[in-house]
Design a protein. Structure first.
Length: 126
């Protein structure tokens, strides 16, 4: 758990989560939005219409990213991130292929860190 590789993965993932989570709240990065006529665009528009999904997910991503950057409650943060990262992967796999590489990277980083902290999860399965 103390390897340089794990540290780089944790800091990279934490930074990505803080930046893109904050962007979901404050919109400071210009990101390409899916065309409203595609399934991906319709899905994103419907989530945006709720008015609460993106701000809540953004806050969660920022909090998880900060926990990873500060190396506090890392195992807990990774479990919170798991459903979010899987949803990002499935969205890009089924609705918008161009972002698939970043989604795969997030899932791989999350899975790698979960594997590295597996001893903390073992009691959950016994």
């Amino acid at each position: 758990m103390r390897s340089m590789f794990t540290k780089i993965v944790r800091i990279t993932l934490g930074t990505v989560l803080v930046v893109f989570g904050a962007n979901m709240i404050h919109h400071f990065l210009p990101l390409d939005q899916p065309d409203g006529n595609t399934a991906a665009g319709q899905f994103m528009n419907s989530l945006n219409a709720t008015g609460y999904i993106f701000p809540i997910v953004g806050v969660l991503e920022v909090v998880i990213g900060i926990l990873l950057l500060l190396k506090k409650w890392v195992a807990f943060a990774l479990i919170l991130l798991a459903p979010i990262s899987i949803n990002i992967l499935l969205f890009h796999l089924f609705l918008e292929i161009p972002g698939l590489s970043i989604a795969l990277l997030i899932v791989i980083f999350n899975a790698t860190l979960i594997f590295k902290h597996w001893t903390q999860y073992k009691p959950l399965f016994y």
